[in-house]
Design a protein around this ligand. Structure first.
Ligand SMILES: Cc1cc2nc3c(=O)[nH]c(=O)nc-3n(C[C@H](O)[C@H](O)[C@H](O)COP(=O)(O)O)c2cc1C
Length: 158
């Protein structure tokens, strides 16, 4: 059986809830992609074009720093990467994560929460950055998704 990691970024806790639920349901390790500089409510104001999230998401080369690294990425076969959809795609900090490891021989499975948008081109974007990885399209889930549904979805990749 494959060894799996669930790595997630969550600014306001919704993706975190799903990530924890998924990790428990499939017996995977859990890793929080924690920003060095936490996102404040002001940072997350998408209506303000000058807010931190707006500035980052308008700059494809933006790579917000992450507090720590996964200790031994080489042990995993499958890495589920969870995040909130920001402006129809993965937040820039996910791009930082994707560029931080050698993913040779691994499958990356993106998953997301959002107000309503789908996961968009996130999988394709991550695939362009994650060295050696096979990256699938992934899936967007509503905040109320049950552990049973998450497990059923994840099974295909394990
Ligand atoms: C900067 C920013 C941009 C967002 N862009 C979108 C979007 O394009 N489409 C959408 O449906 N929701 C969007 N949202 C809503 C989040 O995706 C949604 O609230 C998500 O579940 C939050 O997850 P979290 O609590 O793990 O951070 C955005 C939220 C923020 C803060």
């Amino acid at each position: 059986m494959s060894k799996a990691l669930v790595a997630y970024f969550s600014a306001s806790g919704i993706t975190k809830k799903l990530a924890c639920s998924l990790a428990t349901a499939i017996g995977a390790d859990l890793f929080e992609i924690e920003p060095e500089q936490k996102y404040t409510d002001e940072d997350l104001d998408w209506q303000n074009h000058h807010s931190r999230s707006s500035v980052e998401m308008n700059d494809r080369s933006s790579r917000p720093a992450i507090v720590s690294k996964v200790l031994d990425m080489s042990q995993y076969d499958v890495v589920f990467v969870g995040f909130p959809v920001w402006w129809y795609r993965e937040p820039s900090i996910i791009d930082t994560f994707a560029e931080s490891y050698d993913f040779s021989g691994k499958t990356i499975v993106p998953f997301a929460t959002s107000g309503s948008s789908g996961i968009g081109d996130s999988g394709k974007n991550i695939g362009e950055l994650a060295k050696g990885a096979k990256v699938v399209e992934g899936k967007r889930f509503s905040s109320s998704t049950s552990a049973v549904v998450l497990k059923e979805w994840a099974q295909e990749y394990l």
